[in-house]
Design a protein around this ligand. Structure first.
Ligand code: GLU
Length: 501
């Protein structure tokens, strides 16, 4: 019995990032789809670090990947940190395995040693370009007899291992979202599988790992479509059953044109402060729930209408049949919208805890009791959590410092504002009990008595009590600030206004 909406038996899927920089939203989405399919089918989600490119390797990127996935709530079942039956899950620790499989391909005649020097290859490339050909491996070492090649290897000559692509005919591959794609073999190269330093490249390492780790579905970026026939040929050369290949579309820049690459993200961050590095999104105050909801829908839809999904909903509803191969442009307005929806669906206690670090980094010392009181006031208003201190930082100030001129709202002069502040003070001081419910009507009556608008009266009070032009609802805020502090701040405002009147 399975509750899978995909109608699939339990899958084994993997997220296989190269730890080379900050975790980007594109990676987060690939990880999410893996997680969703694994959980939807009762299968396993595996994390594997593809760190074979030692020049680009960045150990901090591993921590960032782990932190980012944890922040998003995507836990894996097997991986470099948690282990598992197919350990190690870091390619740099699997070197010997790739060597063994490369040897098998050489022995079968599906791969060969190549001794061409970089200079020779460069000269061949220049010649091909001169002849208006696409640059490709000239095939020099393909012709060597296995004995001669082995003798040169034994003599210590520097070499790589290349895959032997058929030169005629075609290779047809099947992508789950795009269907069949046919490549003419004459356009395919004899790609390097093992570099001269003995390290396998992605093309060999990922195929071997996916096979050995029992991967049933490969989700990866569409940048791998051009080398897809090589991967299918490698699988076929070993006689392995192909996984289901799913190439996910890339994200486009907000303008809708051009890939939202890591570099483009850096540029956008400089220009607009917006970023799609997961780490930055956390710092801006996006909720992981909102980010998950947003990215889930950038390439997948449920019924084309429902927009609010929790991770649990997504697990239940996800199916690969509803994935969409067209590219989606990053749309921060949508993210803001989702963030609002998810902020409003948090419990007060949860929201209070989530805004806390933003007050701390803004220099306040928030206490839990006050946080719980202010959370409901800002919950309907917040777009991102980092706005919380701007709305409500004054609750944690012992003193506020309004500008005298700001205490005079439009349409009133200093004397009228002073009168309003003093009369409000007297009213508040004499209210039998002090709450926003008991203060509301008398305040409205007072405005009428003074012949001013309620908005003008509240304008004086807002600046006097918060020193901010915008604040959460005033009367509720007053109740939290407490009667004594309110009176004290109104006295302070009055003495400022006296100097102006
Ligand atoms: N290491 C590859 C990348 O980061 C993974 C591609 C794949 O998932 O096969 O793009």
């Amino acid at each position: 019995m399975s509750s899978s909406s995909s109608n699939l038996p339990p899958v084994r899927v993997r997220f296989a990032p190269s730890p080379t920089g900050l975790t980007h939203l594109g990676s987060a989405r690939t990880a999410l789809y893996n997680y969703l399919l694994a959980h939807n089918t009762g299968g396993q989600f595996i994390l594997r670090f593809e760190d074979t490119d030692s020049k680009r390797y960045d150990p901090q990127a591993e921590d960032d990947l782990i932190d980012s996935l944890h922040w998003l709530g995507l836990q894996w079942d097997e991986g470099p940190d948690v282990g598992g039956p197919h350990a190690p899950y870091r390619q740099s620790e699997r070197k010997a395995i790739y060597q063994e499989y490369a040897q098998q391909l050489i022995a079968q005649g599906d791969a060969f040693y190549c001794f061409c020097t970089p200079q020779e290859l460069d000269a061949a490339r220049k010649e091909q370009l001169k002849n208006k050909e696409n640059p490709h491996y000239p095939g020099t070492c393909r012709q060597l007899s296995p004995e001669e090649a082995q003798a040169r290897v034994d003599a210590g000559e520097s070499h790589v291992v290349r895959f032997k692509m058929p030169k005629a005919g075609s290779t047809t591959v099947v992508d789950y979202l795009r269907g069949e794609i046919t490549f003419q073999n004459e356009n395919l190269d004899d790609t390097i599988l093992i570099k001269s330093n003995g390290l396998a490249v992605y093309h060999l390492a990922a195929m071997v790992d996916d096979h050995l780790m029992g991967i049933t579905h490969v989700f990866r970026g569409e940048e791998w479509v051009s080398t897809f026939p090589l991967h299918v040929r490698i699988y076929a050369a070993f006689g392995w059953q192909q996984p289901t290949w799913v190439h996910l579309s890339l994200f486009l820049k907000p303008e809708g044109k051009g890939k939202m690459s890591k570099r483009a993200t850096e540029e956008m961050k400089q220009l607009t402060g917006k970023s799609i590095f997961v780490q930055d999104m956390e710092a801006i105050g996006y909720l992981p729930e909102a980010v998950v909801n947003w990215i889930a829908l950038m390439g997948w839809s449920y019924d084309g209408e429902t927009e609010f999904f929790t991770l649990e909903d997504l697990v239940e509803k996800f199916s690969i049949d509803k994935l969409n191969p067209s590219s989606a442009a990053i749309n921060f307005k949508k993210l803001d919208h989702f963030n609002g929806l998810h902020i409003r669906s948090l419990t007060i206690e949860d929201l209070a805890q989530r805004i806390k670090p933003f007050f701390v980094s803004a220099g306040y010392q928030p206490d839990d009791e006050t946080l719980i009181e202010i959370a409901p006031l800002i919950q309907p208003r917040l777009v991102t959590l980092d706005e919380a201190p701007t709305w409500a930082g004054f609750f944690f100030e012992t003193e506020v410092k309004p500008e005298a001129a700001d205490l005079i709202p439009k349409g009133l002069d200093a004397a009228q504002s002073l009168d309003a502040a003093q009369r409000a003070r007297d009213l508040i001081a004499t209210l039998p009990d002090f709450s926003h419910e008991t203060a509301e009507q008398p305040m409205r009556d007072l405005a009428e008595e003074l012949g001013i608008k309620v908005g003008q009266l509240f304008g004086v009070l807002r600046i006097a009590l918060t020193a901010q032009q915008v604040s959460p609802p005033l009367l509720e805020s007053m109740q939290i600030i407490g009667r004594d502090t309110v009176l004290q701040r109104l006295d302070q405002a009055s003495s400022l206004l006296e100097k102006m009147a």
